[in-house]
Design a protein around this ligand. Structure first.
Ligand code: UDX
Length: 433
């Protein structure tokens, strides 16, 4: 039976580690962050994901954690690199974590092992810098003394466990056939009869598939967001019906057309910027991707303009922002559009209050409230940004404690008619007025 090591215990590493342990694989998790390892050793999860803590408890007997890189390498047959690949200030990819992990793995190599790059890396990285670092640190040769493969991850935060247990497909970019065979066998064992396409290809294709995938999805959401702005200018139009109408075309499909202020998160912004920069260096302009980034960065400003059209100058106005995570069912606030919105509001002199049920952090300079009602109370304007389930159950009565109730619902989850019956002005992003 395979023993699997994970280098890097963020969303991807930890979720995949727990999922594999829950299916009976022996797993060892390593992270440079000693506090994270200590917390996991004590049985405390370091990320919030629906269902993960239950599965973690069930899987405890098959998983252990260490701060010793060597130990993780020595015990495993397959080593996944699942460290972060953040953006540098110029948008290019910061590979320092991947390079460090590759070197640590190289230093620990004590026999044939398969190294799998699951971190998102640009085409050429695995067969380039990753291979070189492992080879030079180990004095061993790729495809003879160790295997190497790329295995991009497509899990979404908020449904990370579900996406890992039931993936749409498995992409394997292999340095040689033996590496691909070992990884395919591992995944087939994990999937245990659950049928999904397994694509075996070059490492470069596998690396590019991840970027093209995220770019396509981000463009799809941007498309919905763009038409939502147009719908607002057309009385009788609403974005959800328009997207439902086009989503029924099989060539388009119904998913990823839910319009909002902007998209965010740990992947789309950084991956789109990285692939744009990478392409530029190759003399190719990914104009469509660049435009999606530009349109997206304007989202908070669009909402502020709607706010001003409703209540005039925002100077000294109290604005309640509901939801600061980049999407529901996660505590993650990385590249969260709400943070940019709060900045825009503050820049116009507004006093901002925020509520979120799970956020790991809040924008600076805002008042943090413990409940939606506390946040709404006494405000001049409410902006609902993240479509947390609990917000769907807010009643018009909950807004009567506002100074003069005006609400912007960027996700169209509140009942417009019910609000209007109580004399509350409710503007829905994407609905014509
Ligand atoms: C994304 C990819 O989906 C995943 O495959 C990849 O591995 C990592 O990046 P994630 O960032 O967790 O996953 O979130 P996702 O559910 O894709 O949402 C990204 C952003 O788009 C969020 O801000 C979300 O609110 C927004 N979004 C998504 C919409 O506004 N509307 C939609 O219809 C879908």
């Amino acid at each position: 039976m395979n023993k699997i090591a994970f280098f890097g215990l963020g969303y991807v590493g930890l979720t995949t580690a727990v999922a594999m342990a829950s299916r009976g694989f022996k797993v060892i998790g390593y992270d440079v962050d000693k506090a994270k390892v200590a917390s996991l050793k004590a049985g405390k999860l370091t990320v919030y994901e629906p269902g993960l803590s239950e599965t973690f408890k069930e899987a405890l007997k098959n998983i252990r954690f260490t701060s010793e890189a060597n130990e993780a390498v020595n015990e495993a047959d397959t080593i996944f690199i699942t460290v972060g690949t953040p953006s540098k200030p110029d948008g290019s990819i910061d590979l320092s974590n991947v390079i460090f992990a590759s070197r640590q793995i190289g230093e620990g190599l004590d026999g044939y092992k398969l190294v799998v790059v699951k971190s998102t890396v640009l085409p050429g990285t695995t067969m380039g810098v990753v291979r070189r670092e492992i080879e030079s640190a180990s004095n061993k040769k790729c495809c003879r003394d160790f295997g190497l493969a790329v295995n991009p991850e497509f899990l979404r935060e908020g449904s990370a466990l579900e996406d890992t247990l039931k993936p749409d497909r498995i992409i394997i970019g292999e340095a040689d056939k033996a590496s691909g065979d070992q990884l395919e066998e591992l995944w087939r064992g994990f999937l245990n009869g659950y049928e999904v396409p397994i694509v075996r290809t070059t490492p470069e294709n596998a690396e590019l598939i991840k970027y093209a995938n995220n770019a396509f999805l981000a463009i799809k959401v941007t498309f919905a967001n763009m038409f939502a702005r147009l719908c607002m200018k057309i009385p009788g139009a609403d974005i959800d019906t328009v997207m439902k109408g086009i989503g029924l075309d099989k060539r388009i499909g119904p998913y990823f057309l839910n319009a909002g202020m902007s998209w965010g998160g740990s992947c789309f912004p950084k991956d789109l910027k990285a692939i744009v920069k990478f392409a530029q260096e190759k003399g190719v302009r990914l104009g469509l991707v660049e435009e999606a980034l530009r349109i997206n960065s304007k989202g908070p400003e669009d909402v502020v303009q709607i706010a001003e059209s409703l209540i005039g100058s925002l100077k000294a106005k109290v604005v309640c922002v509901l939801g600061v995570t980049f999407k529901p069912d996660t505590d993650d606030v990385r590249e969260s559009p709400s943070f940019y919105l709060v900045d825009e509001l503050k820049a116009r002199g507004a006093k901002v209050k925020c509520y979120d049920p799970k956020a790991s952090a809040f924008p600076s300079g805002c008042e943090i409230n413990k409940s939606p009602k506390e946040c709404i109370n006494g405000s001049d304007l409410v902006i609902l940004v993240t479509e947390w389930n609990e917000f769907k159950y807010l009643n018009p009565e909950d807004f009567l404690s506002m100074k003069s109730p005006v609400v912007i619902d960027t996700r169209r989850i509140l009942n417009k008619r019910a609000f209007e019956e109580k004399g509350i002005k409710l503007v829905q992003l994407g609905v014509g007025v």
